[in-house]
Design a protein around this ligand. Sequence first.
Ligand SMILES: O=c1ccn([C@@H]2O[C@H](COP(=O)(O)O)[C@@H](O)[C@H]2O)c(=O)[nH]1
Length: 216
Amino acid sequence: MDRAELESFMDNLYEIGSVKFGEFYLSTGLKTPVYFDLRLIVSHPKVLQQAGRLIKQIIEHNKLNFEIICGVPYGAFAVATAVSIQTDKPMVFKRKEVKDYGCKKMVEGVYKAGDSCLLIEDVVVYGTSIIETSEALRLYDLNVTDAVTLLDRQQGGPENVKENNVNFFSVIKASDLLEHLVKRGKINQEKMDEIMDFLKTHSFQASKITTGNNEK
Ligand SMILES: O=c1ccn([C@@H]2O[C@H](COP(=O)(O)O)[C@@H](O)[C@H]2O)c(=O)[nH]1
């Protein structure tokens, strides 16, 4: 990966306020001293383009083969769109629930049974959202083999995702970003150690994450 682009991306994440220290709660109820709010990228087109370029580099470096792209709903839709534009590959999007009016579709966009689909995520904790989305897309006959996330919090996500038959790739890990912030003098080493210790202590690896996502 282009090191200069990667470092500039990490600088930008800090500058736009995507790295938050304090007390936050995850969807699981876990209280965390750090929150990576990569949704803010949507308000910064240059950073969004950069995210698209970095994911394209992961795709090319790992020779990932896919026909369509799908963002994990809903936070990763903008990043998935940036990747679609960068790679000139079509995109679909998956709803969280089907509407009872209009076309009543769960997966919007054009695809055919057997198409291989690359999943895009913004931040991964345990990988549950990637697993849920891949299971749902498989019910619609899409072949989900790979997922790329911008940031891996190193709490067991990669292992959980791989257990569910999806190869996992990340642009950066939490440790890359925190290390970069120490280098830039934005946080001190103790802060980084304290957060990495928290993430390690609160990691979770399941042989199989159960989502209950087995019906169309
Ligand atoms: O720092 C964080 C932590 C979580 N998120 C959001 O949570 C899910 C990922 O959690 P999984 O356990 O991997 O499903 C994803 O939607 C993230 O957007 C976050 O943004 N920042």
